[in-house]
Ligand binder design. Sequence first.
Ligand code: BGC
Length: 744
Amino acid sequence: MKNRIILLAMASLMFVSCKEQVVVSNTSEETELATYKGKEISLENDTKIDALISQMTLEEKVGMLHGNSMFATGGVERLGIRELKMVDGPLGIREEISRDSWAAAGWDNDFATYYPAAGAVAATWNPELSYTFGNSVGQEARARGKDMLLSPAINIIRTPLGGRTYEYFTEDPFLNKKLAVPFVVGLQENDVMACVKHFAVNNQETNRGTVDVLADERTLREIYLPAFKATVVEAHAHSLMGAYNKFRGDYLCENDYMLNKILRDEWGFRGVVVSDWAAVHSTVKSLKNGLDIEMGTPKPFNEFFLADKLIAAAKNGEISDEEINKHVKRILRVLFQVKAMDGENRVKGSLATEAHYKDAYDIAAESVVLLKNDKNLLPLKLEGVKSIAVIGNNAKKTNALGGFGAGVKTKREVTPLDGLTNRLPEGVKINYAEGYLERYSKNENDKKEEVTLHGPLTVDELDEAKLSEAIEAAKNSDVAIIFAGSNRDYETEASDRRNLFLPFGQEELIKKVLEVNPNTIVVMIAGAPFDLTEIKKEASTLVWSWFNGSEGGHVLADVILGNINPSGKLPWTMPKRIEDSPAHATHSFPGEASVNYTEGILVGYRWFDTKKIEPLYPFGYGLSYTSFEFSELKTNKKEYEVNEVIEVTFNIKNTGDLDGKEVAQLYVSDPESYVEKAAQELKGFKKVFVKSGASTQVTIQLPVKELAYYNEVIKEWLVEPGTYKIKIGNSSRNITEEVSVNIK
Ligand code: BGC
């Protein structure tokens, strides 16, 4: 550890003080205690690789640098180099796509497990489950003969309206990295490369192919890069995907600062950078600035920027052999790394097995967030219940496929209605009513359109007949369960949502059902926040679920019936109004040609807490069927040096009648800071199981280095000395204990 202490007599350089601050290092060094660690890409085959490259023609080399089909790059058969085969993506292994178009290849052996979307994984707050996911889906990738999985997608959720919010984990960089790392480690243990995407600051779909993102250096380093860095430095991700957008004027697939300076020089990345599909805009510049592989949409593949044009550039002397060899070498290294070169002892994998469906179930089981349970309707007691109205299009809607972008072709997707049908005893009658129709409109003057966003336009009037059916079902049943929310046709890649409102007239439906049946449980199925202000006021019982994988319907039934005690926590802030969210409050979304992240480091709850804005539901929030009490918070010492680890211990007591899991969340405040800091930041968390009536002692290790902020002037991570508050709670807005420590 080469820490040095520097005296910052640099007031002129934006410092208010000349306090001693401790530099933490901005290199590839880890900043924390790694629980999950990946294998570094080996250099031991370099001699073999150099020998292979020396036998290759220019055309053969260039063939490896671009797609020769939709999801593979060229191999060199005569030298035993196979194609590098890729597959999407975040929800599980995508069905086989034709070699030269987006059409499905029409195979009958590519049915896969549909895993919970990333939002659900994040809501588990359980890194072990992220590891399980990576490992399980890695098996599936191998069973399909793939070398690279285009996953995980780890962009920060900057706005609730982002079309891909459901595909990403969270608004918080710490939670993000703690989930991304185990996913990559688990995946790569199966001889498959992760392709961590989309690098970087790819936080909106509007104008994603052109928009120039402007974010200051501190914001970039503290909010948007930590998870990417952790997947490189700790998990040793073998590849990264360059994003569509620009950053500070340069496209991300030809961005020297991001790809060469930060990724390779600072973080020591040895893997390959793959472009997003059709995200490349130049030949020589892309290659020199750090791109290794160009992928794209169908057109003659030789017309790609890194195809014939590269051969011509090489022949004209615009690019050297050494430069081309460097990229080919990187690709060969990762092919060796995943045993694609010799194939011996390579993981064979398995697809859509019961074990994998169980993995999907286990992840979903910890992701469901209980938002409100005021009348203790949940878990549902079945004594005396003869009939249940199941209302809502979402009771039957499937989400493995849908919208624009990658989904999963699966033989199993248990819908909420299937789940209840399978789990309820025979004596309970289900009265199903669709309630609202999923309808879209082309009317550009639709009433709720307010910005230049292009997400799906919905028809928000209820169909009278469907409404009456739902009311009748609710009236004539002992209990009503409404499955509402959105779906993957509505939340989709390539467009951001127009607003935060619930589509298809659902709010009105829910209110009308609540009027006729007080025993109504509202279950939201969605991937991103919605305006639930009215529903929160009127409904006593509110559950949040996700695009939750093959077993999602069983999980919901088990939560409702009490076979699962909910333990999910929101991985983002649910605002009361979109105007309260930082990117919207600062009028810095979606931008036109460029978007300036003016809220800076105050993303998500950092904004709400610092500006003292009440959210509808805060980051980290989620109830349980039992209750927990935190006590005896202490640290092992009172004073620490920068290289030390603060050991934070406390007790959690389960004070309710049921066993359950709680997520202890550790936030840190730095009230004495001389620079702008968020009111509090998540710096640790632990999910623990506690039996009813029992207590457990929990320890969270907090490396002092985690307290560093990025100083733009000297381009270093600095820990300010002084007093910090360490707070423990079960949501960002329910802090129950606090202690102070001093950093020397
Ligand atoms: C998406 C990527 C995806 C790729 C290939 C792009 O549109 O942004 O996430 O991996 O398509 O399907």
